[in-house]
Design a protein around this ligand. Structure first.
Ligand SMILES: *Cc1c(COP(=O)(O)O)cnc(C)c1O
Length: 233
């Protein structure tokens, strides 16, 4: 068994334990493997161990891997900031985008989504920590952006995403995730397909699952430390 396969199993165990503690079904929580900075062989190892959904942050890096892994049935998720001049390759090569925060970007992704593909699944990113340096719309502003996205036929609004500030304070982690959940529940009451809550990373997946996460985005706990890998090359 590869180390990546072992790590994946350990992450699935954490998800199962966190789900049980929250009286939830682990089946309701999808695992997105965040493969940024890792090469196609790492993705291949995770794929061999059964993983099918992968998240990438950087367009050019992702396109190289997507081309190299063309024969694999992988669902690609774009989770990094979307630049206006990169909307076409994202619309052409990804199934999901987690990081919508501007109408202009939503419009461009819609316009560039190829007709032979199903609508692009999108999540609105919300800045739940209120830090000015962080991406995402302010809490409350997601409603107007959601209404605009719902007018775009080539996008499908699936829910919300957040990256709270890193903190070891479990109470604070829970408060940030609880805020995102309450906003997502409001969205879903207008539109049942907005059923996705993308929250939780390697260090806080338990808190995220306790507050209703349906998709955790896990990098380090599967592939190892990104800095160590980079300096090792
Ligand atoms: C890198 C990244 C992750 C994974 O973070 P880890 O702490 O390595 O699990 C999740 N979400 C986003 C948006 C990221 O950029």
């Amino acid at each position: 068994m590869t180390i990546i396969a072992e790590n994946l199993q350990a992450v699935h165990d954490r998800i199962r334990r966190a789900a049980a503690a929250a009286h939830r079904s682990a089946e309701d929580i999808r695992l997105l493997a965040v493969s940024k900075t890792f090469d196609a062989s790492a993705i291949n190892a995770a794929w061999q161990a059964g993983q099918r959904a992968f998240g990438e942050n950087f367009v050019q890096e992702a396109l190289d891997k997507i081309a190299g892994l063309n024969d694999f049935d992988i669902e690609w998720h774009f989770i990094g900031p979307v630049q206006g001049n990169k909307t076409r390759p994202i619309a052409e090569h990804f199934a999901w985008v987690h990081s919508i925060e501007r109408e202009k970007i939503a419009q461009r992704l819609n316009d560039a989504r190829p007709a032979h593909l199903p609508p692009l699944n999108v999540l609105i990113q919300v800045n739940v920590s209120g830090e000015s340096s962080k991406s995402g719309v302010a809490p409350g502003q997601e409603r107007a952006l959601a209404a605009m996205i719902r007018t775009l036929p080539r996008l499908r609004l699936r829910g919300l995403m957040a990256i709270p500030e890193p903190t070891p304070d479990a109470t604070l982690q829970r408060r940030r995730f609880a805020l995102l959940q309450s906003l997502q529940q409001e969205l879903q009451s207008d539109d049942s397909s907005a059923n996705t809550l993308s929250m939780g990373m390697s260090d806080d997946l338990e808190a995220a699952i306790a507050e209703g996460s349906t998709m955790v985005r896990i990098g380090t706990a599967i592939f190892g430390s990104r800095k160590a890998v980079k300096s090792g090359h």
